[in-house]
Design a protein around this ligand. Structure first.
Ligand SMILES: Nc1nc2c(ncn2[C@@H]2O[C@H](COP(=O)(O)OP(=O)(O)OP(=O)(O)O)[C@@H](O)[C@H]2O)c(=O)[nH]1
Ligand SMILES: [Mg+2]
Length: 299
């Protein structure tokens, strides 16, 4: 008998949601960085065994939106948590669990959907402190269970996945056996570029970055992908930061991005990156749609 279901992964920005998703499905489908607001879209990650299929839904971190992109991200969270069979409330446990984190779990419990709390980053948490903090979660009425995991050390993640089987209710497989995500290669390519910028630059720059694909073509004769993309920035003053001295930074970003793309696509990649200034693009409906943050997708 086949069982399947949707499990949403929610929590505050930087909690470790995308890292947990990638660990649960043993594939990298969602980008990760130490900067908050790394994830901007709803991203599915699919795990299929002979007798069951789990569809995890990664979401942007919860925060106060300051522009239309932020509104889009919040809508994506709302949309992703509707009609799911279970919600994983992910909490970064390494620095204590505060009221806001508890409120997230409480809010989702009140929806009536089963909520499992997952305290992550156990590898960098103090054992004694964590035990005290867990008591706060255990006191929340209606929570299904509380888990402590480390996605970095792959600790307790398989066990968590096993536990989640009990929330699968549907008797159809929604995706093919080999599918790992609903996202296209074009989406993944843009996300890889954004991830390398997030990892390679500091401060406020990454939040104002968008990536727009101009061309993605495969040449079967040469067995190579040609990829051409714009890095959209909001301020002219950010351009030298992205470019670096004599273009060293953009070269480094391009080189890391190309390596990840080659892994994803399984062949060589020729990557060209351009920097374009588009002031306030995060408030432009047109630009948001151009870059892939289409309101239609989160209604
Ligand atoms: N030590 C440790 N670090 C972790 C673990 N899980 C995630 N991290 C780190 O925490 C940071 C944030 O991880 P993400 O997975 O991007 O967090 P997120 O919740 O998806 O963040 P947003 O998409 O911005 O909301 C990254 O630097 C990760 O490497 C873990 O189990 N242990
Ligand atoms: Mg994320």
């Amino acid at each position: 008998m086949i069982k399947s279901g949707f499990i949403a992964i929610v929590g505050r920005a930087n909690a470790g949601k995308s890292t947990l998703l990638n660990c649960l499905i043993e594939q990298k489908v969602s980008i990760v960085s130490p900067k908050p607001q790394t994830t901007r879209n709803r991203v599915l990650g699919i795990w299929t065994e002979d007798d069951y299929q789990m569809v995890f839904v990664d979401t942007p971190g919860i925060f106060n939106p300051k522009n239309k992109l932020g509104d889009y991200m919040l809508k994506s969270i709302d949309n992703a948590t509707k009609d799911v069979d279970c919600i994983l409330a992910v909490i970064d446990g390494h620095d204590g669990i505060d009221e806001k984190e508890l409120d997230v779990a409480i809010k989702y419990v009140s929806t009536g959907i089963p909520v499992v709390a997952v305290v992550t980053k156990q590898d960098i948490s103090q054992k004694e402190t964590l035990i005290n903090e867990l008591a706060k979660l255990n006191a929340i009425e209606g929570l299904q269970s509380v888990w402590v995991v480390s996605a970095h050390k792959n600790k307790n993640v398989k066990e968590l996945r096993e536990e989640l089987k009990k929330y699968l209710k549907d008797d159809v497989m929604y995706f093919e056996k080999d599918d790992v995500t609903d996202k296209s290669q074009r989406f993944m390519v843009c996300e890889i570029i954004r991830e390398k910028i997030l990892l390679g630059t500091d401060e406020e720059i990454p939040h104002g970055i968008g990536v727009e694909l101009n061309k993605m073509e495969y040449n079967p004769k040469r067995d190579i992908w040609s990829i051409d993309a714009n890095i959209i920035i909001e301020k002219a003053s950010h351009k030298p930061i992205i470019l670096g001295k004599h273009g060293a930074k953009i070269k480094e970003i391009g080189s890391y991005a190309r390596q990840s793309m080659e892994k994803l696509l399984g062949t060589r990649v020729f990557l060209q990156l351009w920097v374009k200034i588009k002031p306030d693009w995060r408030n432009s409906d047109f630009m948001l749609k151009e870059i892939g943050y289409d309101k239609k997708d989160c209604q």
